[in-house]
Design a protein around this ligand. Structure first.
Ligand code: SAM
Length: 226
């Protein structure tokens, strides 16, 4: 029998603790059938997001990067019936799959999908005077992560939480990336976002390295100061 691996332990923990429901599993199947990449958060991470949203007493959640709506569904499950989750997605096909998945999971009425480039959507939300968000989950094109963190700092209320995904990137975050490659630009965007979170007086920030179904990676967490 092969020895334990982080992936096997993740599966054990997910089976034992997480209770990923039928709708979430169906949503992933539908996303795969539609040809979307399987780059959503793991079940354990999705549940962590839901629990953080609940702890934050979230009534308004901002998500950047919807894909097929997997993390969106977890987060929306933390909302009260009059809550709202605004999620930004660039790819119309992803947004269509997400809409169907969110409706099938019974949380569609809580979620507004804002199509288009997130930077433009975030500028529009600010211009519209959107009510403050209690939690922002940033998980889109990593090249722009620092810009998304900047926007989130304006849009999230004091005491609210900003979560930034994929901050370790199998350790590649340790050194500046090659700006001529996508991964290099993603590393540089991630480093800029971490440096902003580490130096901006408006937040207290930390990061947690993770391993498991998604390989060696991590989340940064930042609470906006009151
Ligand atoms: N949060 C999702 C989950 O865990 O289920 C996964 C999101 S996936 C890692 C990143 C998503 O961001 C993709 O669907 C991609 O199309 C979207 N995206 C990439 N660039 C974007 C942009 N400039 N504006 C909005 N969305 C973008």
């Amino acid at each position: 029998e092969p020895g334990p691996t982080p992936e096997a332990v993740d599966a054990y923990l997910a089976d034992t603790l997480v209770g990923e429901d039928q709708a979430l599993r169906e949503g992933k199947r539908a996303a795969a059938a539609a040809g979307l990449p399987a780059i959503e958060v793991s079940p354990g991470q999705g549940k962590l997001l839901m629990m953080l949203a609940r702890l934050a007493g979230a009534r308004r959640i901002l998500e950047i990067g919807t894909l097929g709506g997997y993390s969106t569904t977890w987060l929306a499950q933390a909302l009260p019936p009059d809550g709202e989750l605004v999620t930004c997605e660039f790819e119309p096909r992803h947004a269509r799959v997400a809409r169907a998945n969110l409706d099938a999971a019974g949380v569609g009425g809580l979620v507004t999908i804002r199509p288009g480039a997130a930077l433009e959507t975030l500028a529009r939300l600010r211009a519209e005077g959107a009510a403050p968000f209690d939690l922002a989950f940033i998980d889109a094109d990593k090249e722009n992560s620092a810009n998304y963190v900047s926007a989130a700092l304006e849009l999230v209320r004091p005491g609210g939480l900003i979560v930034l995904d994929n901050v370790v990137r199998r350790g590649t975050v340790l050194r500046p990336g090659d700006p001529d490659t996508v991964e290099g630009r993603d590393v540089n965007g991630t480093r800029a976002a971490l440096e902003l979170l580490g130096s901006d007086p408006r937040v207290d920030a930390t990061a947690v390295q993770t391993t498991g179904a998604k390989g060696w990676d991590g989340f940064a967490l930042a609470v906006v100061r009151g």
